[in-house]
Design a protein around this ligand. Structure first.
Ligand SMILES: *[C@@H]1O[C@H](CO)[C@@H](O)[C@H](O)[C@H]1NC(C)=O
Ligand SMILES: *[C@@H]1O[C@H](CO)[C@@H](O)[C@H](O)[C@H]1NC(C)=O
Ligand SMILES: *[C@@H]1O[C@H](CO)[C@@H](O)[C@H](O)[C@H]1NC(C)=O
Ligand SMILES: *[C@@H]1O[C@H](CO)[C@@H](O)[C@H](O)[C@H]1NC(C)=O
Ligand SMILES: *[C@@H]1O[C@H](CO)[C@@H](O)[C@H](O)[C@H]1NC(C)=O
Length: 546
């Protein structure tokens, strides 16, 4: 018995050595190995039994703790009865959109099978999360936190906190993901959410313990499907330190708006009388407002939470817009590299192209859809990246989405926009609807140069912040407003640009940006991974020899 266990361990050991040797793309950087089993399991987040998507039995899934440049080897075993993929919100996958894990880049992992992601968190720091990208799986869980710490010796602009806590919060539905998906497939809009979860738990369901006098880092992500939220801690101030990989000016806030898909880090000092306090997450711009709470527990607490949870800001947009504008880059602080963030003068680079992106909610063939410049995205029968690699024609066409809104109705299309490697471009998100939008760009951090009410025009550029805005990967667009970003297209690949409102994303408010280099060189893009799953019209092809 003893012997057999040892032999098993030895085999596992040699398997890892083997992996290490075969995938030595970045041998100088450390490797971290994860083996994840994705299953259905019973969860009771709002008091009723639901079938959740668990990772190694956990909801939310295990947190990934990493350091800049780490290689992450994540073996995902799909024990669900449907195809599955994980994607990584905010990870840039430099030269490697093969690992992005959305349907435009990867074949789904079939039920009962496994796939190993080989990622590198190259030149990144900060707070992110992973999530299931297919079907409507995100409504059932399957998400978890990702933290990337600075390498030893790279200055961090605040003292090491006494603890580092991840808060994954978001709206939650009692209907399961297949029922929600059926509602959308039927051409209808989602019902209102039933509640808000904080780390998978409902009201007062989760406790964070702190020592009086110490300072803690809280990394807050909105992993919900439909709702912006406001975050606050009773009796405590929050010092903002990081937004999706940018070190910020350390402004103090008493509450913070977090839109769909966004991540913020704050420092909180336990400087109040020793008792328990409410941590509050409440929906923004909704009627009614839904609220949930967790507990900030002092280890020497003399009593449980008391009073009502503190209220949030009212529904007005201006407060939120002003707060968004106050989030700035600390120009002298280091990011992932030792040089100051401000040594990259994004405001001095001329843009060579402007893409205007307008969201809309057309009814197409009698069904509710969502669109970008009138095009409502539909998936192809083969992942776009893979079709591109094998030069399989007829899967998508470049130029299948225009660079500007044309005011037309809506039509269905597998929309892919072409872009040149190393171009420096401006994207303007224009929202003429009366709901807040949240846009995410895979593969990049972009500079949020402007945000305002009304219609964008070239004169709007006069108000851009060309000095110290943050670089991030998810940005909100307020109702009847616009948001402008600058992006350096320095990462070759097939990249998803999508609404983080999950019904909108699912029903077509997304497209792909194909950033292309004619060089066909490993310096620009890694070759297709040896273990890439092949499906659709690529089924049966060969990746490359082992
Ligand atoms: C995953 O979990 C299920 C349920 O516990 C189990 O039956 C299965 O063997 C596990 N698979 C792996 C690869 O660990
Ligand atoms: C699936 O897991 C096995 C080990 O259990 C491994 O040999 C194989 O390479 C994995 N498949 C993929 C596609 O990663
Ligand atoms: C979702 O709930 C419906 C009943 O409302 C049930 O028929 C279906 O099997 C459930 N799906 C999952 C994946 O639990
Ligand atoms: C900016 O970062 C520097 C470290 O480079 C730090 O000393 C300073 O306090 C930070 N400034 C603000 C306003 O957060
Ligand atoms: C940007 O464009 C202006 C004029 O259009 C030109 O004078 C300037 O040199 C350009 N800057 C760079 C860095 O190319």
């Amino acid at each position: 018995m003893e012997m057999r266990q040892n032999r098993g361990l030895c085999l596992i050991f040699f398997f890892f050595i083997f992996l290490f040797v075969v995938s030595c793309v970045n041998a100088e950087d450390p490797y971290r190995f994860f083996t994840w089993n994705v299953t259905y399991g019973d969860i009771y987040p709002l008091g009723v039994k639901q079938q959740g998507i668990l990772i190694n039995g956990q909801f939310p899934g295990p947190k990934i703790d990493s350091v800049t440049n780490d290689n992450l080897i994540i073996s995902v075993f799909n024990s669900l009865d449907e195809p599955f993929l994980l994607s990584w919100n905010g990870l840039q996958h430099r030269r490697n959109s093969w690992q992005d894990g959305v349907y435009g880049t990867n074949c789904p992992i079939p039920p009962g099978q496994n796939f190993t992601y080989v990622l590198q968190v190259k030149d990144q720091i900060g707070s992110f999360f992973y999530y299931p990208s297919l079907a409507f799986h995100k409504a059932a869980g399957g998400f978890g936190g990702i933290t990337i710490l600075s390498r030893p010796g790279i200055p961090v602009p605040f003292p090491p906190p006494a603890g580092d806590y991840t808060i994954l919060a978001g709206d939650w539905f009692k209907k399961n993901h297949t029922d929600l998906k059926a509602i959308l497939d039927g051409g209808n809009t989602l019902p209102a959410p039933d509640g808000i979860l904080i780390n998978g738990r409902g009201w007062n369901g989760y406790t964070f313990t702190v020592n009086q006098g110490s300072t803690y880092r809280f990394r807050i992500s909105n992993v919900g499907l439909a709702t912006s939220f406001n975050f606050r801690i009773q009796g405590h101030k929050m010092q903002l330190v990081e937004v999706e990989g940018s070190h910020t000016l350390q402004n103090t806030y008493s509450s913070l708006d977090v839109h769909l898909g966004q991540s913020y880090s704050v420092l909180v000092t336990a400087d109040q009388p020793a008792q328990d306090y409410y941590i509050v997450v409440s929906s923004r711009f909704t009627d009614p407002v839904i609220t949930s709470t967790a507990i900030l527990h002092y280890s020497n607490s003399a009593g449980s939470v008391s009073g009502a949870p503190p209220g949030g800001p009212t529904t007005e947009i201006d407060w939120s817009l002003n707060q968004a504008r106050s989030v700035r880059w600390n120009l002298t602080a280091s990011g992932p590299r030792p040089n100051p963030q401000g040594s990259y003068h994004y405001g001095m680079i001329n843009t060579t192209r402007t893409i205007r992106v307008a969201n809309s909610a057309p009814v197409i063939n009698g069904k509710q859809r969502y669109a970008v410049n009138s095009v409502s995205f539909i998936p192809a029968d083969t992942p776009l990246k893979i079709a591109d690699y094998f030069k399989i024609s007829g899967v998508f066409n470049l130029g299948s989405i225009p660079d500007n809104p044309n005011g037309g109705g809506g039509y269905l299309q597998t929309s892919v926009m072409a872009a040149d490697f190393r171009a420096f471009i401006e994207i303007v998100f224009e929202n003429s609807e009366n709901t807040v939008q949240s846009w995410h760009v895979d593969g990049y951090a972009f500079f949020v140069v402007g945000m305002d009410g009304g219609q964008w025009s070239s004169n709007s550029r006069l108000s851009y912040n060309l000095r110290d805005t943050v670089a991030r990967s998810t940005v909100q667009v307020y109702p009847m407003s616009w948001t402008a970003i600058y992006v350096a297209l320095d990462n070759v690949g097939m990249w998803n640009i999508r609404s983080e409102d999950w019904a909108r994303q699912y029903l077509g408010q997304q497209f792909y940006l194909r950033v292309y280099s004619p060089a066909n060189s490993w310096r620009d893009e890694y070759p297709i991974p040896k273990n890439a799953l092949l499906c659709g019209r690529a089924a049966g092809r060969k990746t490359r020899p082992l």
